[in-house]
Design a protein around this ligand. Structure first.
Ligand SMILES: CC(=O)Nc1cnc2ccccc2c1
Length: 454
């Protein structure tokens, strides 16, 4: 009776056990530095984005995988001077273990491949979406976490694999209404850099570090790049050759420079030929200056970019045939991409391509009298078992007027009113909020009248 009495008073809590005034300082309600909350509206948009990523991954025949957000720090320790490893979100746990929040997903994927070893039928196509972390001094106030969609192909040497990755990316762009006028994908191969360095006598094991430096070339003044290249063992003559290779405007120019039997040239020609067949060539452009900043890429590399030139790279990827070896395992050919949730959402916002998503239910069920709450609850549950999305009004004291407004707000299709008069005849009042029709019907008639919620 007391509880019933309390509910009659609506929201005010009647029980004396919990305090209404606070006896402590209010906690800091903002999330940790560089991290975000997702309230229902933000979460609807995020689920919408992830939903497209999932559909595309499945349409391209990828299988979903997942890994812990925490990994052994050693998985990410690399000596190539990458930003991603210099900003590792690492810590020591109570067992003195050196751990890190993953800054990317590829090393975890490589670890799982190594764990499965010979038991993994190849080729394998895996996809995942995961939160990735970096610990950046808040000097730049940038975020410390983001969600990344990754697709990877294990066990395929030819560029047919990279073509499939690009097919997934361009499918996604088309699904959300982005066109080649908005976005392009720059494609290159690190094998051209490899050829230049080999010709110049630069040792193989500085290749990764050189790539990390060269990736910054467009953000640094020329003399700074020459200085950094010297720092990783590249003399100025070789540096000039690198710049020349990165300055080539076409595959023919590149072939001129490196010789037409160069693997970079043949890989790229094959990839563009496949792209034509996929019908995605309009999205792609050869760009000799793209190297990407991750040390482990060894072949084709690519990055999605915003043609208005405002935003940072949308996505990026490439071939990384040496990663399993770098982790002490036996190498397998591998390639993949990462696609972050931040830049794409900014771009969709700018292009007016974000959907207007509201809370959606099919039925709103309201007991007009507290004594009929059990009946209303039973009806709601039966509707749910038929696949309907049902909002059962839980608070007392709600009247018709409120119900109509609330139904509007949650885009309900129909309103089911459980009132004494109708119930006395074994009926409930059903109002269709689209046609404004209303009908008193038995519960079984209501249940049988429904199609499954869409
Ligand atoms: C635009 C953006 O938020 N980028 C971002 C945010 N957080 C990260 C965390 C780890 C690695 C890369 C990251 C990249």
């Amino acid at each position: 009776a007391k509880a019933g009495e309390a509910e009659k008073q609506g929201r005010k809590s009647a029980s004396t056990s919990h305090q209404t005034s606070s006896s402590r300082e209010l906690i800091d309600t903002s999330p940790p530095r560089g991290t975000r909350d997702f309230d229902p509206q933000d979460m609807r948009l995020r689920s919408w984005l992830f939903g497209h990523w999932e559909v595309v991954s499945r349409q391209c025949g990828f299988e979903q995988v997942d890994f812990p957000v925490v990994e052994n720090e050693e998985l990410f320790v690399r000596k190539a001077g990458e930003e991603i490893t210099s900003q590792l979100y690492n810590f020591e746990d109570k067992g003195q273990r050196r751990l890190a929040l993953r800054p990317e997903l590829t090393p975890s994927l490589a670890r799982l491949v190594l764990k499965k070893a010979k038991s993994l039928p190849l080729p394998a196509k895996w996809w995942t979406i995961g939160q990735c972390w970096r610990y950046e001094r808040m000097t730049r106030g940038r975020r410390r976490e983001h969600y990344q969609w990754n697709c990877d192909i294990i066990g395929l040497e030819g560029v047919a694999a990279e073509a499939e990755l690009l097919a997934a990316i361009t499918l996604f762009f088309q699904r959300v209404g982005i066109t080649p006028a908005d976005v392009g994908i720059k494609v290159n191969s690190r094998k051209s850099l490899q050829a230049v360095l080999t010709q110049a006598g630069v040792p193989e094991d500085s290749f990764a570090a050189v790539c990390v430096v060269v990736d910054k070339i467009e953000k640094l003044p020329r003399e700074k790049v020459l200085e950094e290249l010297a720092g990783v063992g590249v003399a100025d003559t070789a540096a000039e050759k690198i710049m020349a290779a990165m300055g080539t405007r076409s595959l023919d120019d590149l072939a001129q420079l490196l010789g037409s039997d160069n693997e970079a040239v043949s890989d790229l020609r094959r990839l563009f030929q496949l792209a034509e067949a996929y019908g995605m060539a309009d999205w792609l452009a050869f760009d000799a200056s793209v190297v990407r900043g991750l040390s482990y890429y060894t072949g084709i590399v690519f990055e999605g970019f915003d043609k208005q030139g405002v935003l940072r790279a949308i996505c990026g990827g490439g071939r990384y045939d040496g990663l399993l070896g770098a982790l002490g395992g036996e190498n397998q050919p591998m390639c993949g991409f990462g696609f972050g949730d931040a830049v794409i959402m900014e771009l969709l916002q700018d292009r007016g391509l974000l959907p207007d998503l509201g809370h959606e239910v099919d039925d709103l069920v309201l007991a007009l009298d507290e004594d009929l709450r059990p009946q209303a609850s039973g009806i709601a549950q039966q509707l749910r078992k038929k696949g309907r999305r049902v909002d059962l009004v839980l608070e007392g004291g709600r009247r018709m007027k409120w119900a109509f407004k609330h139904a509007e707000r949650i885009n309900a299709q129909q309103l089911v009113l459980v009132g004494q008069e109708e119930w006395a005849e074994g009926k409930v009042r059903v109002k269709n909020l689209g046609t404004r029709e209303q009908e008193d019907m038995s519960v079984e008639a209501l249940i049988h009248s429904l199609t499954l919620s869409k």
